[in-house]
Design a protein around this ligand. Structure first.
Ligand code: ADP
Ligand code: MG
Length: 247
């Protein structure tokens, strides 16, 4: 699985939002997309999952133009956890997770098994019968990640997947995604976390992809000050690591 963006531009309401973005995600790679608020990260992701059309350029998944695929073929290749997630769905958690099986023929027993496994992986084992709308923000986010997992795609798009999570669940989700070995493009806010977890990252600013590569090469104090307008200082700090045992 390979995601390949060449010269992708996006306009919204006649305004250019993304300019000639080039970006690659290779098989099994965990790639982060970072950049200040409003720089166009979600717009770029939404264009990859076909909620928007590019005004120029080409987005290919495994060589095929994503905007030429049927919704079913597209949903079998790419799963999404979007930034604005539905909060008032009138469904149980199990029903929400099983929406991920929509592009496939449904097999009740096997799907129930997939659902249970996915909920277990995101730390919501046994939550099938709970009403989705009554979950906390973090639980909703994890249920939506479980929905993406049962979709069994080889490409995962995540828009700020850790934004509603406490520190332990942030680390759980990032470890989980990395261990899946599925090609992933994730918008992340925390530069230290992005650097710790991703294989490569891209930095966006004002609609342009400015730099891409291994975090140690890309996240220089010069680039960070240019993009975010802050001074980056390397010093020892409190570092959070996941405990193996549930506490
Ligand atoms: P990010 O995810 O990097 O914070 P977005 O992609 O959400 O940024 O937004 C980029 C820019 O596009 C912002 O200036 C935002 O106001 C604008 N924008 C987002 N959605 C729309 C829309 N539906 N119509 C017009 N402008 C939009
Ligand atoms: Mg966004």
């Amino acid at each position: 699985m390979r995601l390949d963006l060449r010269g992708v531009s996006v306009r919204l309401d006649g305004r250019p939002i993304v300019h000639e973005a080039d970006l690659l995600v290779g098989d099994g790679e965990f790639v982060a997309l970072v950049g200040p608020n409003g720089c166009g990260k979600s717009t770029l992701l939404r264009t990859i999952y076909r909620a928007l059309r590019p005004s120029a350029g080409l987005i290919r998944v495994d060589g095929d133009d994503v905007h030429g695929l049927s919704w079913r073929e597209s949903a079998r290749r790419t799963a999404v956890v979007a930034q604005e997630t539905p909060s008032e769905l009138d469904f149980t958690v199990g029903e929400v997770v099983l929406m991920g099986r929509t592009p496939y023929e449904r097999v009740a027993a096997a799907d129930a098994e997939r659902c249970a496994r996915a909920l277990d992986r995101v730390g919501l084992a046994g939550a099938e019968e709970r009403v989705y709308a009554t979950l906390s923000g973090g639980e909703k986010q994890r249920a939506l990640i479980a929905r993406a997992l049962v979709q069994e795609t080889r490409l995962l798009l995540l828009d700020e997947p850790t934004s509603h999570l406490d520190i332990r669940h942030q680390l759980e989700v990032l470890h989980l995604v990395r261990e899946l070995g599925v090609a992933t493009l994730a918008v992340l806010h925390d530069l230290n976390q992005a650097a710790a977890f991703c294989d490569r990252l891209y930095v966006m600013s004002a609609g342009r992809v400015l730099a891409g590569g291994p975090p140690g090469q890309v996240l220089t104090p010069e680039l960070i000050s240019e993009v975010y307008g802050v001074r980056a200082v390397r010093r020892s700090q409190l570092v959070f690591e996941r405990l193996k045992e549930e506490q």
